[in-house]
Design a protein around this ligand. Structure first.
Ligand SMILES: Cc1cc2nc3c(=O)[nH]c(=O)nc-3n(C[C@H](O)[C@H](O)[C@H](O)COP(=O)(O)OP(=O)(O)OC[C@H]3O[C@@H](n4cnc5c(N)ncnc54)[C@H](O)[C@@H]3O)c2cc1C
Length: 282
């Protein structure tokens, strides 16, 4: 269980800039950098408006940013942050299957917004879950479905297969699956969820089947469900000029705070968030 002063969630320009400055301010830093392809910048073939790096590709820019932060001493864990809980003066964050304790948190998750299935939001906590580790025990010996948009769902489905009587795996977006797995791979693209006769029905384009529980895994988590109580304005996190959110020692930086969605703005905000965190923790 790594403990640190500052946990930074994200792996874009805002996160790496924040990590670098936080290390220069002598904070211990962990960066939760999910290994996925949802980062905006990796899609950019050529960037021409970031000073000092003319005609650079997004991938190359990210590689350089990350290396610099790691060389400065930031510890990187390749997992999606799934849930943050305040516990007295610290924050406990579930990253993959690890819990990270930190004194402060910077949200630098970019602007990617997971699109939920119809019925999903209403059923969260009532048979539908985004976390196998947190909620798997409630479904011991029962039938569950895993709906997954990325390879992170495989490990969760394997874990659930050790607890549950039956695990059906539906893919929501293409990803490679191991040749051998303990769950049943189902055809059909999930379209919606509904509660019917005490079960959760997974409606796909070719079938409808009822389960005791449904677990949904995507390479992104909506900010409001990541951290309960976090104020949002539409899809964005409102911050003041110090990048402070409505919660104590929680800061936000980059595209997740709103327009303009630009690298230079993300880097600047990451820098400010690190300075604010260092001041507040001193
Ligand atoms: C094709 C394209 C071209 C662009 N060209 C330019 C340009 O030329 N100039 C310019 O200034 N801007 C450009 N942009 C915009 C620029 O990419 C963004 O403004 C910038 O990347 C924002 O940085 P960020 O750190 O806020 O977020 P992002 O770069 O989106 O990074 C956020 C990262 O956090 C990760 N993440 C999300 N949730 C979690 C979680 N729960 N746990 C762990 N990790 C998580 C995501 O996977 C993602 O990798 C372009 C964007 C695109 C798509």
């Amino acid at each position: 269980m790594p403990n640190c002063d500052l946990l930074i969630i994200g792996s874009g320009p805002a996160a790496w800039s924040c990590a670098l400055t936080a290390r220069q301010r002598d904070l211990s830093v962990v960066v939760a950098a999910a290994e996925s392809s949802t980062g905006w910048l990796q899609k950019a073939e050529r960037i021409d408006n970031y000073p000092g790096m003319p005609a650079v590709s997004g991938k190359e820019m990210l590689r350089v940013f990350r290396r610099q932060a790691e060389e400065a001493g930031a510890q990187v864990i390749p997992h999606l942050a799934r849930q943050i809980q305040p516990m007295g003066d610290i924050y406990m964050t579930l990253c993959g299957n690890d819990i990270i304790e930190s004194r402060a948190v910077v949200l630098a998750m970019g602007a990617a917004r997971p699109r939920l299935l119809p019925g999903e939001e209403e059923l969260i906590g009532q048979g539908v879950s985004w976390c196998g580790t947190c909620d798997g025990m409630f479904f011991r010996g029962k039938d569950v479905a895993v709906l997954s948009a990325w390879h992170g769902g495989i490990e969760e489905a394997e874990f659930l297969s050790r607890l549950c009587a039956k695990v059906d795996y539906y893919t929501m977006a293409r990803h490679d699956l191991p040749a051998e797995h303990p769950f049943t791979l189902r055809d059909g693209k999930p379209l919606s969820l509904a509660r019917e006769n005490g079960k959760i029905t997974v409606q796909t384009d070719i079938s409808a089947e009822g389960y005791d529980g449904v677990f949904i895994f995507r390479p992104a988590v909506a900010p409001g469900s990541l951290l309960p109580g976090l104020a949002l304005e539409g899809a964005f996190i409102p911050v003041d000029r110090r990048m402070v959110t409505n919660l104590p020692r929680v800061y936000a930086a980059g595209d997740c705070t709103g327009q303009p969605l630009q690298i230079a703005k993300a880097v600047g905000e990451g820098n400010i968030a690190a300075i604010s965190a260092a001041e507040d923790l001193a």
